[in-house]
Ligand binder design. Structure first.
Ligand code: APR
Ligand code: PHB
Length: 391
């Protein structure tokens, strides 16, 4: 088989890339180890910054988002006895949207299916070859156990943090930066109307908690827990009690309404950046090149921003033989990646406790400043609602 761009991974990065390339007249094949059903059902984060919404809108992918998504003007920052609203629209003129990554993925798959995008699901043994030539190719084993080869002008590594793309770059070429955090998030999905109109990020001596949502009838909540926590060892009552305490149930009459828990999982927290995001004809995008901790919900938004830069760069290279944008892709993408890496680290550090009393005082002082100073809150708002793609 031959195509112009071989895309490894049918996550948001790979799916949106295939969509943007098609709009520029570039053909692609999307390869995926998982099944179509698994990809469509995976539960991930659910907050879209304003430039992500702009990109989805520009390619006509915002229909269901506008109907079923929830537009939020800002967030609440909270610590015991205090809750402050930050209004991003007032502060920086941009809002954010609550719309699950699961839904974004479904919309993308439906749009690609409608125009006959080639997907190859349930592949194994993906291997990348001749990346430093202008005839790179992939080999893999298809669902029926047959060995296959796919030749391309370029390969897009959109295969998440555990995929083969980054590992195919010879050692010594790139550099990695990493930070592991000494805590994890215990996330639940519950069939209950959210007890808040906008997200609550709560600092608490017992640990961080977040009240998020997926719709008007489904809530998504998180608790800071030790990284080795087994989610099965917590009863539903224990989860709701911890959430109520940390989120300030009873404070100024506010109440957290519990409901049936339909999903639970523990997510590790780390920051990771690989540079450069290109090696020869291989281009990395999304989690394949960088991971952020979930505080601030930048993972999906960064994946979208990467491919918004990558698609026109590949189109210029393939359609016109113009390599300038492809050559500067890594540097341009990394500028934003490091900004979001810093913001995610900063939000994480401000909100998670780790048993150090001095640090706890600094965190509360920082929260107070961010909530009460125009400069402090505008800084958070600008980063949270998202910087322009060309940042
Ligand atoms: N061959 C083909 N596909 C692969 C391979 C492989 N060898 N290895 C992994 N994949 C697939 C995974 O199964 C997954 O569907 O690549 C896809 C990568 O998708 P994501 O992990 O969703 O990564 P990305 O598209 O970069 O999106 C980033 O997803 O992980 C979240 O929080 C993150 O929201 C962010 C977003
Ligand atoms: C989510 O809804 O899953 C979510 C929202 C905001 C975050 C992280 C996760 O900062």
């Amino acid at each position: 088989m031959r195509t112009q761009v071989a895309i490894i991974g049918a996550g948001p990065a790979g799916l949106l890339l295939s969509h943007l390339l098609a709009a520029d007249g570039v053909e692609s094949v999307v390869l995926e180890t998982r099944s179509r059903e698994y990809v469509a059902a995976r539960i991930r984060a659910g907050l879209l910054e304003s430039s992500t919404v702009d990109i989805l809108a520009a390619c006509g992918l915002d229909g269901r988002l506008r109907e079923q998504g929830l537009e939020h003007r800002g967030i609440y920052l909270q610590w015991p006895e205090e809750r402050h609203h930050l209004d991003f629209v007032d502060l920086v003129g941009r809002s954010v949207w609550v719309y699950g990554q699961t839904e974004v993925t479904r919309d993308l798959v439906a749009a690609r299916d409608a125009v006959g995008q080639q997907f190859v699901y349930e592949i194994s043994d993906t291997a990348l070859h001749d990346l430093d030539s202008d005839r790179p190719y992939l080999t893999y084993v298809d669902v029926d156990g047959r060995e296959q080869r796919l030749d391309a002008d370029a390969i897009a590594g959109c295969d998440g943090s555990f995929g083969p793309s980054r590992k195919a770059i010879p050692s010594g070429v790139g550099q990695t930066w990493e930070r592991a955090y000494p805590f994890a998030w215990f996330g639940i999905l519950a069939d209950v109307a959210p007890s808040t109109d906008e997200l609550i990020y709560a600092w608490h001596p017992d640990g961080f908690a977040l009240h998020s949502m997926r719709s008007e009838s489904v809530s998504r909540l998180y608790l800071q827990v030790p990284p080795d926590t087994d989610p099965a060892t917590w009863s539903d009552d224990q989860i709701w009690e911890a959430l109520a305490r940390r989120l300030g149930h009873g404070q100024n009459g506010w109440q957290l309404h519990p409901g049936p828990i339909t999903d639970r999982s523990v997510l590790p927290m780390r920051s990771y950046v690989y540079e450069p995001m290109r090696y020869g004809r291989l281009f990395l995008a999304g989690d394949a090149a960088h991971i952020v901790p979930p505080t601030g919900a930048k993972g999906l938004n960064l994946a979208v921003a990467d491919v918004a830069l990558l698609a026109p760069a590949l189109a210029a290279m393939i359609n016109k033989g113009d390599h300038a944008a492809a050559d500067s892709y890594s540097e341009r993408a990394l500028r934003r990646v490091w900004r979001c890496t810093h913001f995610s680290w900063w939000m994480t550090t401000m909100l998670h406790t780790h048993g150090d009393d001095f640090d706890a005082q600094l965190q509360k002082s920082q929260l107070q400043w961010v909530s009460s100073s125009a400069a402090g809150s505008a800084g958070l708002a600008e980063n949270y609602a998202g910087l322009p793609i060309s940042y």
